[in-house]
Design a protein around this ligand. Structure first.
Ligand code: ZN
Length: 122
């Protein structure tokens, strides 16, 4: 989960480096209102924590693809160097990282929804 703010001028996405599971905790870290310089248009504007949105980070997808490619490469390696027929292992070896990803992604989506649902009173 990453926290983002959309620029009020150019509407481009700006990532926040702070980590928080809800807006209340975020407001304790950066304040209810904070200033942010847009990475696209360099406009400095004031934002409230209620304008911060949670989104899915790219890290999870990256990890999934990494595990999947390592799995496939090791199957190819085993087949080529030891002449072991490994192709029957493929469905299982793809299913394991996929179900892991689905589980983690589901938990991540719950966190994102709960962050976006609750706004703080200012
Ligand atoms: Zn901007």
């Amino acid at each position: 989960m990453k926290l983002v703010v959309y620029c009020k001028k150019c509407n481009s996405k700006n990532n926040l480096s702070e980590k928080a599971r809800d807006r209340h905790i975020l407001s304790q870290i950066i304040g209810e209102n904070f200033k942010l310089k847009c990475t696209n248009c360099s406009e400095v504007r004031s934002y409230s924590v209620n304008e911060v949105h949670a989104e899915q980070g790219i890290l999870l997808v990256f990890l999934f693809l990494l595990i999947l490619s390592i799995t496939i490469m090791s199957l190819v390696f085993l087949k080529d160097y030891f002449s072991i027929n490994t192709w029957w292992l493929i469905p299982g070896l793809i299913a394991i990282p996929t179900s892991f990803y689905a589980g983690v992604s589901n938990a991540e989506n719950k966190k994102i929804k709960s962050f976006n649902r609750f706004k703080i009173k200012i």
